[in-house]
Write a protein that binds this ligand. Structure first.
Ligand SMILES: NC(=O)c1ccc[n+]([C@@H]2O[C@H](COP(=O)([O-])OP(=O)(O)OC[C@H]3O[C@@H](n4cnc5c(N)ncnc54)[C@H](OP(=O)(O)O)[C@@H]3O)[C@@H](O)[C@H]2O)c1
Length: 263
């Protein structure tokens, strides 16, 4: 049985991960901004956490950690998006985005790694996104934040080396959740923005269910030597597209992404 701290356990990918972990005999300290959104399951401990609230993050993590004894695994999963032209993004909104998707997650990762120091095993999983490599149009802040966390994760993997505490960058491609319902959308009369939104929404509705990510997490937790980065999604998005993308010059990448979103 492992004790696991999981952010964003109230819906979508996080909820699927929480359910799978509990079904497999693990205990989960699952977070939400509103704990009533966390299902009352045996093995689930609801934790109130808002990544936008810098002041409370450390105290919340430490208090959950004391309750658990110690965490074997910490999963940074919570997140949300902003959709609209980058020019319409205020610097306040941009900073709020980076607080939630980058600074808050880094703070939790540091706290987790510090607490795991000297222990025989430990695992931190950062849920970034395929958008860190293949950006989605009109989601500049989200793409950039996910790329920042992915790069920070890779940098820390260099520092950690092959010790007993491991760090994994889990990059979902499109996964069918209600993520888009929580996306803040800027008003726009640009038809390219609307066209992209239709494609983004359609892709997510046709995407695999979040259980796919939950199964990948169960596998990571069971491995002695987990891969440093995994991409989870349908075969085209998680396998073919990133591989082809890697080989293309930047001009062709931009052309391909515009074609993909129909803009
Ligand atoms: N679905 C996809 O296609 C996809 C693709 C790539 C990456 N991802 C990433 O996967 C993660 C989970 O997304 P999802 O699709 O499962 O979305 P979701 O269903 O909207 O779930 C998002 C979770 O994050 C929590 N959350 C949102 N803002 C928060 C904040 N400021 N502080 C603390 N918690 C917050 C929400 O909890 P409350 O609202 O209850 O507080 C909820 O539990 C995100 O990091 C997302 O970027 C998703």
């Amino acid at each position: 049985m492992k004790r696991i701290f999981l952010t964003g356990a109230s819906s979508g990918i996080g909820l699927a991960i929480a359910r799978a972990l509990i079904q497999n005999g693990h205990e989960v300290w699952g977070t939400s901004r509103r704990t009533e959104r966390i299902p009352a399951l045996l093995g689930m401990h609801a934790v109130a956490l808002d990544l936008a609230d810098r002041e409370s993050l450390g105290a919340t993590f430490r208090s959950a950690s004391r309750e658990a004894g110690e965490f074997d695994v910490v999963i940074n999963n919570a997140g949300s998006g902003y959709f609209g032209r980058a020019e319409s993004l205020s610097s306040e909104e941009l900073a709020r985005h980076f607080q939630v998707l980058v600074f808050g997650q880094i703070e939790l990762m540091h706290l987790a790694l510090e607490a795991m120091k000297g222990r025989p095993r430990g695992l931190v999983i950062n849920v970034t996104s395929l958008a860190s490599r293949l950006p989605v149009p009109f989601m500049a802040a989200y793409n950039a934040a996910k790329a920042a966390l992915a790069s920070y994760t890779m940098s820390m993997q260099l520092e950690l080396g092959n010790g007993p505490v491991r760090l994994v960058d889990l990059q979902p491609a499109d996964i069918n959740t209600s993520f888009n319902d929580a996306v803040a959308r800027a008003e726009s009369n640009d038809p390219r923005v609307e066209q992209t939104w239709q494609a983004v929404d359609r892709n997510m509705k046709n995407a695999p269910p979040p259980d796919l990510v939950a199964r990948a997490v169960l596998k990571l937790i069971a491995q002695d030597n987990p891969p440093p980065r995994i991409t989870v999604g349908d075969t085209f998005q998680s396998g073919v597209a990133p591989l082809v993308f890697r080989l293309l010059p930047q001009r062709v990448r931009l052309w391909g992404l515009k074609k993909y979103y129909g803009i």
